[in-house]
Ligand binder design. Structure first.
Ligand SMILES: Cc1ncc(COP(=O)(O)O)c(C=O)c1O
Length: 405
């Protein structure tokens, strides 16, 4: 325990262009609570620790910046029961992607009325079951999905997802979801003729969206759909501006106020006085900074006598907690127990026998030369899309454990 506490005092954040005084402000008191938990409980690694106080604080900040919006938490970002229950207590609604997520909410006695089935690719029997149990809001982006909804959730409220550019996002959702605005207009009208209730439009400008102005063109497109539908005698009510709000990784991000202002300005300019009811659907923003992923160094090696970069192999990798490092996308801030001394460029890799399981190779990370086998390596702001994306048993490694404090 004493060694562990000393380690905490001597920790160093590496690979961060943020200056030291900024780091405590970003990490906040939650880091201390997480550190205390880890020092006292010493759970096996790799593990993810979530500070629910930070989740609460994030929700309150979001509510303050979007006072009129309904907040639907995207459960996929972190489906830990405690996270869902905490947000439910605060009044959040929930975006669920599957029956599994819906049942998690139901097990916590969250009313189905507070759920939106937001995946545009659903199993028809899951639609039917969700509707029978009270879910009233469903997403679609294609005629095929609309027909499933009409058959299995007759009379349900439905919203159409339109395509949005992923530029500016560190994890773009590309062109997999959504349809063009003109197709959305036709589909929303078709929804009405099929006996469904067309509620509105949604989009997602890409996850970890670092440029607040990227909401603007998407809102413009949504407004065109609203206008065309109104002209066809089909008034729409709700606009879902998706997720995309960022967590604090290695690079500085704009403050939440900039996102709220950009979205508000675009709504005013595109909708004037006939603003729709607003839905925000954050995942990463609410839980990202609330989590720390602790790993252990399993091996340090060089590939030749003269190789200048060390390979650092950890017990966490692409398959058990760090999938978003793939393709140099998400750059976590990393903390080691060593401070001062020389640091050198490293390649970080996970523990499986798969050559894809390399965490950072092209991204430039330097770690202290003092780093040794058995040392802890902490990934900060790792509360989103880590444990929830871990493989179940790849190479025999168990899924990463989450502890909520
Ligand atoms: C439909 C939908 N809504 C919301 C989100 C949450 O996005 P983020 O975590 O970027 O806030 C996602 C993420 O993939 C999504 O698919």
């Amino acid at each position: 325990m004493i060694r562990e506490q000393r380690e905490i005092l001597r920790t160093e954040l590496v690979g961060s262009p943020l200056s030291d005084p900024e780091i405590p402000a970003i990490a906040g008191a939650g880091m201390e609570r997480i550190d205390r938990f880890l020092a006292e409980r010493r759970p096996p690694t790799p593990c993810l620790v979530i500070d629910l106080d930070i989740v609460r604080a994030r929700y309150e900040t979001l509510r303050a910046h979007f006072p009129k919006a309904e907040i639907f938490y995207a459960v996929k970002a972190n489906p830990a029961q405690e996270v869902i229950a905490t947000l439910a207590e605060l009044g959040a609604s929930f975006d669920v992607a599957s029956e599994g997520e819906r049942l998690r909410c139901r097990d916590l006695r969250i009313s189905e009325k507070r759920l939106s089935f937001g995946n545009t690719v659903k199993r028809e029997n899951e639609i039917a079951q969700a509707y029978a149990e009270g879910v009233a809001l469903f997403a679609f982006d294609s005629p095929g999905e609309l027909e499933k909804l009409a058959r299995s959730a007759p009379g349900a409220s439905v919203y159409c997802r339109i395509l949005a550019e992923g530029k500016g996002a560190e994890w773009p959702l590309s062109r997999k979801f959504g349809c063009t605005p003109d197709l959305a207009v036709d589909l929303l009208q078709k929804a009405r003729t099929l006996g469904l209730r067309p509620a509105g439009v949604s989009f997602h400008v890409g996850s970890q969206q670092t440029e607040p102005l990227r909401w603007r063109p998407a809102i413009e497109n949504a407004a065109k759909v609203f206008q065309a539908c109104a002209q066809a005698g089909l008034p729409l009510e709700r606009l879902n501006v998706g997720g995309g709000l960022p967590a604090q990784y290695r690079l500085p991000i704009p403050p939440l106020a900039d996102y709220a202002t950009a979205i508000d300005d675009a709504l005013r300019e595109c909708f004037g006085s006939s603003r729709p009811r607003l839905i925000v659907e954050p995942g990463r923003y609410l839980v990202g900074d609330a989590g720390m992923l602790r790993s252990t160094v399993l091996l340090i090696s060089r590939k030749s006598h003269h190789a200048h970069r060390r390979w650092i192999y950890l017990d966490a990798g692409l398959y058990n907690g760090l999938p978003e490092t793939w393709g140099k996308r998400i750059h976590y801030r990393i903390r080691t127990p060593h401070q001062g001394g020389t640091s050198e460029s490293v390649i970080l890799a996970g523990p499986t026998c798969d050559s894809m399981d390399v965490i950072y190779q092209k991204a430039e990370y330097t770690l202290p030369l003092d780093l040794a086998i058995g040392d802890r390596l902490d990934f900060l702001s790792a509360g989103a899309y880590t444990a929830s994306c871990a493989a179940v048993e790849f190479n025999g490694f168990p899924p990463i454990q989450t502890y909520c404090i």
